[in-house]
Write a protein that binds this ligand. Sequence first.
Ligand code: RB5
Length: 147
Amino acid sequence: MADMIAIASDHGGFELKNALVEHLKKEGYNVADLGTHTADSVDYPDIAARMAEAIRNGEAERGILLCGTGIGISIAANRFPFIRAALVHDAFGARLCREHNNANVLVLGGRTTGPEVAFDCARIFLTTDFLGDRHARRVEKLSHLSC
Ligand code: RB5
């Protein structure tokens, strides 16, 4: 089980984020809710940066990010070289993003994914290990990309 899970969303993921916080706490996880804390409109790049800071500072080992579709906030999060954010819509993606990509941030869409699927994705993301081996070589290449 991952030690501390950071979770953050913009207004588009606000409701699902709150449901996930409650669910994960009930499941026994330590959850740091980085906001947003109201339904007011906020900018997803700012939220992604907040998550990046928490992971860079070691406040959390893994994170969950949400926006309306999950698209904007995953684009933003992946600008940070130490973040591997995976936008996931089902259990298969949740498993493979850990096994193959060593994703450290799960991304969900508050307007595209229902709570039960989100809970399932979060559980799998938080309990599945990276397979390493050939996947480690590929993940390592992510840190040295240039053109
Ligand atoms: C906000 O309306 C919406 O654009 C945002 O939550 C997200 O879906 C962007 O990708």
